[in-house]
Design a protein around this ligand. Structure first.
Ligand SMILES: CC(C)(COP(=O)(O)OP(=O)(O)OC[C@H]1O[C@@H](n2cnc3c(N)ncnc32)[C@H](O)[C@@H]1OP(=O)(O)O)[C@@H](O)C(=O)NCCC(=O)NCCS
Length: 153
């Protein structure tokens, strides 16, 4: 399946499908549709979608720049329930990491300590660098994980 998945930059036509995916993947705690519209203008090169051979959107990754030009943040990644465990998330992150702009050498993200996505990030090379017990408010702890680009990659 992995070979049939294409990763490309998100565009306006993809936004409805991304919004649906978001609401399904993060019920009650998701980004609103208008945020994605503005993300497209703010970080067009950090907004990736994974499509199957019929152009269905199976997942997305959204990353933003930060005040530090050497550091970017993965704000969100989600893969449709029916497509999980088949390498789509790995492919989205791997493609993002191999196309980091010149001068970017660190990628940060947060993840709930009990989210199985943590194992995926570790496998790819992210390491834990911090923890906040109330990152998103009461009972919303998050681990801060970071990927450091090696000088030869
Ligand atoms: C996290 C997520 C993007 C991973 O996408 P994916 O396409 O299933 O990932 P891959 O197939 O490339 O990798 C699977 C790995 O992800 C982890 N994983 C997380 N959730 C999983 C799920 N529901 N099913 C299977 N694997 C899952 C496992 O550690 C697995 O590792 P393994 O292959 O060594 O067993 C996807 O599970 C998802 O959208 N989850 C809901 C939203 C979410 O929690 N996003 C992350 C917020 S920090």
């Amino acid at each position: 399946m992995n070979d049939l998945i294409q990763i490309s930059l998100a565009d306006r036509q993809a936004l409805n499908a991304i919004d649906t995916l978001e609401r399904n993947c993060f019920p009650g705690h998701c980004y609103p549709d208008f945020f994605f519209r503005q993300a497209l203008d703010c970080w067009p090169n950090g907004f990736l979608v994974a499509k199957d051979e019929e152009n269905n959107i199976l997942g997305y990754l959204l990353a933003s720049s930060s005040d530090d030009p050497s550091v970017v943040w993965i704000l969100s990644i989600a893969v449709a329930d029916s497509a999980r465990g088949k390498g789509v998330g790995t492919k989205l992150i791997s493609q993002f990491l191999t196309t980091l702009p010149q001068g970017v050498n660190q990628v940060n993200l947060t993840v709930a300590p009990d989210n199985p996505a943590k194992a995926l990030y570790s496998r790819i090379g992210f390491v834990e660098i911090g923890f906040e017990s109330d990152y998103f408010g009461d009972n919303e702890p998050r681990l801060l994980m970071s990927y450091h680009k090696s000088s030869d990659s």
